[in-house]
Design a protein around this ligand. Structure first.
Ligand SMILES: [Zn+2]
Length: 275
C-alpha cells in the first residue's frame, strides 16, 4: 500500500511535465513577455497596468542597485516589486549592478552579484527569485560553472527588438509584429521596462496581437498565445497537500496495524494535528 501511495505521489508531477513537453512541441505560436533592468518608478507601473488590461503574466528581471538603499525611493521600488508579485508576475534575478559577468574584472564577482541580488529581492518580496537572466546575455564557461554551482538555470530570449538601442516605439512595434507574424512554437520576448519608448509601444503591440488573433481564428490558423512563466520554474516535486495527507494517514494506519490495534479514529486524530 505504501508503495502504491508513493508511486501515485511521484507519478503526478511526471505526468504534468509530460503535458508541458507536449504543449511545447506544438506549432502554435506561444510567447512569454519579459522585462529587464527595472524597476522604474515612472514606467514599470504603466507596464503593469497594460499587462493587467490584457490578463498577461510576465517576468521582471530586476537589478538590485535600484532598490538596495534606505532612501524613500528605494522603499517605493521595493513596493513596486511586491506589486509585480501581487499582480501575478514573476520577479527574476538580473544581478545587482548589471555587470558583464564574462569580462576579466567582473567574472570574479559573478556569484556575489547573483547571490546578493537574490537576497535583496528576497528582502523586498519575501521569496527568493527562481528565475535568472545574465546581463547582456553573457555566456562563457566560467559563468556556466558559477550558475551550475548555485543550481541556477539561465533564462534567455528569442525575440529582441533592441528597444534600449532604437528608442523608437514605432520601430519596436514593427519589429516585434514582424517576428510574431512568422513565429512557430514558443519564444521569449525581451523588453526593458526602463525604456519610455517600450512603455509606449507595448499597448500597440498587445492590441495588434488581439486583432491578428481575430484574423487567425477567422481563417482557421492557430492564434498567438501569450503564456506565463510557469514552464520555466524548476520542478520541486511538490506533493499536492491532500495526497500528502492521505499518504501519511495510510502509512500511519499501516504502522498502527502492525504495532497494535488499528484504530481509524486514532489515525484521524493524528491527521488533524498534521494538516
Ligand atoms: Zn539587462
Amino acid at each position: 500500500m505504501r508503495a502504491l501511495v508513493l508511486l501515485a505521489i511521484y507519478l503526478i508531477p511526471a505526468a504534468a511535465s509530460a503535458e508541458k513537453r507536449a504543449s511545447a512541441a506544438t506549432d502554435q505560436p506561444e510567447i512569454l513577455l519579459t522585462f529587464d533592468d527595472g524597476p522604474a518608478l515612472d514606467k514599470t507601473p504603466k507596464v503593469l497596468d497594460v499587462l493587467d488590461q490584457h490578463h498577461i503574466k510576465a517576468v521582471f528581471f530586476v537589478n538590485g542597485w535600484h532598490f538596495q538603499g534606505n532612501r524613500p525611493t528605494d522603499e517605493k521600488e521595493r513596493a513596486l516589486l511586491r506589486e509585480e508579485l501581487k499582480r501575478g508576475h514573476a520577479v527574476g534575478n538580473h544581478t545587482v549592478h548589471h555587470y558583464f559577468l564574462c569580462g576579466k574584472v567582473y567574472s570574479k564577482r559573478a556569484a556575489q552579484e547573483i547571490e546578493e541580488n537574490a537576497a535583496l529581492i528576497e528582502q523586498a518580496i519575501g521569496i527568493r527569485p527562481e528565475l535568472f537572466r545574465t546581463p547582456y546575455g553573457a555566456h562563457c564557461k566560467a559563468l556556466s560553472e558559477v550558475l551550475s554551482g548555485l543550481g541556477i538555470k539561465h533564462t534567455g530570449w528569442d525575440i529582441d527588438p533592441q528597444d534600449w538601442r532604437v528608442k523608437n516605439a514605432a520601430k519596436i512595434e514593427a519589429y516585434v509584429e514582424a517576428q510574431l507574424k512568422t513565429l512557430h512554437g514558443r519564444a521569449i520576448v525581451l523588453f526593458h521596462d526602463i525604456q519610455g519608448e517600450t512603455v509606449k509601444a507595448l499597448p500597440h503591440i498587445l492590441d495588434w496581437i488581439d486583432k491578428e488573433n481575430e484574423a487567425r481564428v477567422a481563417s482557421a490558423r492557430p492564434p498567438i498565445k501569450i503564456i506565463n512563466y510557469a514552464y520555466l520554474i524548476p520542478e520541486h516535486k511538490l506533493v499536492p497537500p491532500l495526497l500528502d495527507a492521505l499518504g501519511r494517514v495510510l502509512i500511519e494506519y499501516i504502522h498502527r496495524a502492525a504495532t497494535g490495534p488499528a484504530r481509524l479514529w486514532g489515525s484521524l486524530a493524528w491527521l488533524s494535528g498534521q494538516v
